[in-house]
Design a protein around this ligand. Structure first.
Ligand code: BGC
Length: 252
């Protein structure tokens, strides 16, 4: 079965067709920059354009960069604050004319890794960390998703949330080298390790493409691996998860 998966980020909104039996992406990713306003209506319009681009009819799975509970946005993340309280499922379903199921973007990326990637069959506590505009976290215990963990929201020094100091957007904003930024990211992983004692950490999101530039700065005790599905995991996981009534970590 082929399902359209969409991954919404702070800088780009990306879609592709996915074979949900195998977890393979069947088309190129189609990307439209996230509208600068980052407001609901403008973003919904982009979503409709992506659905139209694929001339797609059917259920759509969509990763969204904030807390999503029963289809409703519960925190602004790095988007406009008017998102809070919006029923995203309904807004996108109306805008695109196809039924949407929306979940947190890092949960979606983790979902793909747990079913088709490096997390497959892994027991214990596995944490997917996505590096992009924000720091996302998708947490799985014995393959089951514990939705909406927000490890990037840990306060740190003068920062309200550590992602403001250690996400890819901080690297860009401050013009940091991979060494400087990699050490910050390592500090974040150390906090994650102290708080959650995970068995495995999987690093995904846009910046994971640059793994070779920074992995040698990561020296925590927990095993840390790169998500081999990398940037596509969000799309694949979103497509697959929309077929499940409950967002468990395993395809059953
Ligand atoms: C949000 C998370 C999201 C992450 C990655 C953070 O700002 O709070 O919900 O998963 O960014 O997009």
């Amino acid at each position: 079965m082929e399902i359209l998966g969409i991954d919404i980020g702070g800088t780009g909104i990306k879609g592709a067709m996915v074979n949900v039996e195998t977890g393979e992406m069947l088309t190129e990713r189609y990307r439209i920059p996230t509208p600068e306003s980052r407001k609901p209506d403008e973003m919904a319009e982009v979503i409709a354009q992506i659905v139209q681009h694929f001339k797609y009819k059917g259920p759509v799975g969509c990763g969204f960069p904030s807390i999503v509970k029963d289809g409703v946005c519960k925190s602004p993340g790095n988007l406009h604050k008017s998102w809070v309280g919006v029923n995203i499922d309904e807004l996108f379903t109306q805008a695109a004319g196809q039924p949407f199921t929306v979940l947190n973007d890092a949960d979606a990326a983790g979902y793909a890794s747990m079913n088709y990637g490096v997390g497959k069959g892994k027991q214990g506590l596995v944490i997917m960390i996505t590096i992009g505009t924000g720091l996302g976290s998708g947490v799985f215990h014995n393959g089951i998703l514990l939705p909406n963990f927000e490890l990037g929201q840990i306060p740190y020094k003068k920062y309200k949330k550590i992602e403001d100091w250690a996400a890819a957007s901080a690297k860009e904003r401050e013009g940091l080298s991979y060494e400087k930024w990699g050490k910050r990211f390592n500090k974040f992983l150390k906090l994650v390790e102290t708080i959650t004692a995970p068995d495995l950490i999987i690093v995904g999101g846009g910046t994971s493409k640059k793994w070779g530039e920074f992995h040698h700065y990561l020296d925590i005790d927990t095993k840390v691996v790169k998500a081999e599905l990398m940037n596509s995991a969000g799309i694949i996981g979103a497509a697959v998860s929309c077929l499940r009534e409950h967002h468990h970590g395993q395809v059953v």
